[in-house]
Design a protein around this ligand. Structure first.
Ligand code: PLP
Ligand code: COI
Length: 341
């Protein structure tokens, strides 16, 4: 398979159209057979539920070329089940979880020429998503839906790759208690756009959101969960009902405990404690693990001891172990790697 002529090493996180994408439609209570199409555009009724009431959800995962030349993806079953949870919360029909995994693998294979080579620093980002398609003017769920999967080759999510980030404590809330913060609906991202534009205007890389009820506890950023390393080498990650259950974070906790012999703790994290941690990172499919060097709360700076030059040593170990598993350099726990080819 001849690869596309792409400057893999200098890719950022932006959309490049690939050759093929998966489409399945839901009508009269069931999903059709689905299949690959070439057209990247979608024609919709002007009153489609997704356009009027934002009835849409998505997932994100990646395909990797391993050291020995296979193409694999990482824990797609967990994306399938999280999308099922999201669909239920947004009154959308569930796309069968096995079919989800099959559609992901099929779409990657159809775009094999876009899967970045091993060692290039790039990966193939996979975006499964679903939305209400028929006309709905009263506020109610659609009756018809489309499920699609596209792929796009990507480099690092944050410009500068592994350079530590500067965050600001956001004045906006990301998710309400008993709201939708724990699922991956497009609505959570729409309402974060003003906050991220504001953060960027003020010179920050990302927002740290606090819990909406008390604004004393650390939640997450717009697109990643937090991990913290304590001065006595424990991994601490915030527990909250209003953050997205990151697959990367769940995997890192396992890796820290089982591969690195570290103690891991999932608990509420007070913002007041953040200054006590030795290292801080953002974790997610797009973010992988991006180190945080500084957090600014209305002019008050918290300088993370690992500094602004490089990833902290524990974050580095976690990063190397996780990406080692994903790229086939380290043995993966049972069921984590789905071989596509
Ligand atoms: N939190 C939010 C708000 C996200 O959008 C994402 C990305 O999917 C994550 C966390 C990280 O989740 P995952 O590791 O499953 O990609
Ligand atoms: C991901 O990491 O896959 C995400 O969905 C985060 C962001 C790109 C929205």
């Amino acid at each position: 398979m001849e690869k596309k002529n792409i400057d893999w090493a200098n890719l950022g996180f932006s959309y490049i159209s690939c050759d093929s994408r998966y489409v399945s439609n839901y009508k009269d209570g069931s999903w059709d057979e689905g299949g690959q199409v070439a057209d990247e555009t979608i024609a919709l009724n002007e009153c489609a539920c997704v356009l009027q009431y934002a009835q849409t959800c998505f997932e994100g995962l990646k395909a990797y070329t391993t050291q020995d030349g296979r193409i694999v993806t990482f824990r797609p079953d967990l994306n399938a089940s999280r999308m099922a949870d999201t669909a239920k919360r947004l009154e959308m029909p569930v796309f069968d979880e096995q079919r989800f995994v099959d559609a992901v693998c099929e779409t990657v294979l159809a775009n094999e020429a876009y899967v970045p080579p091993y060692g290039s620093g790039a990966t193939l980002y996979i975006r499964p998503y679903m939305f209400g398609t028929n006309a709905v003017i009263g506020v109610k769920p659609a009756d018809e839906y489309q499920f699609r999967v596209f792929t796009t080759p990507v480099g690092p999510y944050f410009k500068g790759g592994a350079k530590p980030l500067t965050l600001c404590v956001s004045d906006f809330d990301r998710a309400a208690p008993r709201g939708t913060g724990h699922v991956k609906g497009g609505l959570n991202y729409a309402m974060s756009l003003h906050a991220i534009v504001t953060a960027h205007k003020n010179g920050f890389d990302e927002n740290m959101y606090l819990d909406a009820a008390t604004r004393t506890k650390v939640e997450e950023t717009g697109g990643a969960n937090f991990i913290f390393i304590t001065k006595d080498n424990k991994v601490v990650t915030p527990k909250s009902d209003s953050i997205l259950p990151s697959i990367t974070r769940r995997s890192l906790l396992y890796v820290a405990e089982k591969y690195l012999g570290m103690e891991v703790v999932e608990r509420e994290v007070l913002f007041d404690e953040v200054k006590e941690f030795a290292e801080c990172g953002l974790c997610g499919t797009a973010a992988v693990i991006s180190p945080v060097g500084k957090i600014v709360d209305h002019g008050k700076e918290i300088n993370i001891p690992s500094g602004m030059d490089d990833m902290g040593p524990v974050t580095r170990k976690l990063y190397d172990t996780l990406t080692g598993i994903q790229m086939g350099r380290l043995e993966a726990p049972e069921g984590w790697i789905k071989v596509i080819k």
